[in-house]
Design a protein around this ligand. Sequence first.
Ligand code: ACO
Length: 332
Amino acid sequence: MGRRIAAKITGVAGYLPPRVVTNLDLEKRVDTSDEWIRTRTGIRERHYADPGVASSHLGAEAARKLLAAQGISADDIGLIVVATVTPDMLFPATACLIQDRIGAKNAWGFDLSAACSGFLYALTVGAQFVASGAHKKVLVIGSDVMTSILDYTDRATCVLFGDGAGAVLIEPAAADSEGILDFVHDVDGSGGCNLYMPGGGSLHPASQQTIDNRMHFVHQEGAQVFKYAVRRMSELAVEILERNGLTSKDLALVVPHQANLRIIRGMQERLGVDDSKVLVNIDRYGNTTAGTIPLGMMDAVEQKRLRKGDLVLLIAVGAGYTTGAVLMRWAY
Ligand code: ACO
């Protein structure tokens, strides 16, 4: 049996910085080609934040759009959970900066670090505070400015990422049949060495040496991450469906983390779902880390691919390794 949480998503919004960087633009800067990027990753373009624009700015924009669309005041928000691996700074938390920016003066909040699974971790955590009755309105935000940590001498990694943020509102679920049905998360810390940023923490504080050794950038063993992601995303999907007495045929939509189109297709092939049931927007946004899943839900709503009662699976694997699957009945 699943772990029913009496909470539901009642609104979703996203924000992408306006500057679009195509593969052809990257060709001018990196030894790569539009053809390689498209065929190996599915990415055509991504959005880049301008210098001085940080994760709190993108997250606050997404939150503002969400509040406006819901017609509610920032005063109504009790808690803000922000998933990010590119906080504006180590402290204060990005949640505090967003709280101030949007004027949510009755909210507390904190950041959560789980890389590409970060949004799903934050969703599960935020939903607990609604289910417990502690809060009636919780903002969960995924926001990353990945371009702040990209090494343009590492062509296999720098072409993958873009900047963006998404936000959802979580409120109490009225009936047993709506909202979040179940979640699965796990960690395999032995995979930490395959995707990480070594510099700037307490182990390797910033120094001339960490800069010279390019330690303030994403380091990745792409092939290892790729294999782990396809395998674990498929396993998690089967696990969460089976323990709820469901199969992939019951799914109306899968919103996967957008790391590589081949990872998504590998996962869906193993799961046996066709393209019409899988949200893909990596072609336009690249991998926005904590932003991918809320931006995916935003696109699905705009494309009218979600209806009340639909069974939806959100699924991600990220650095850590971290994983997440959240199963829900779409509530609006
Ligand atoms: N342009 C042109 N050629 C390139 C580029 C590039 N941007 N990058 C690598 N190549 C070359 C390599 O040098 C190599 O050339 P060689 O055969 O002459 O040595 C060749 O392409 C193949 O390189 P691989 O690294 O084997 O390419 P692969 O097919 O594994 O794709 C990639 C690399 C895209 C990074 C893939 O491994 C991947 O997507 N991994 C998942 C990583 C990821 O998405 N992480 C993000 C966060 S974690 C997550 O979200 C799950």
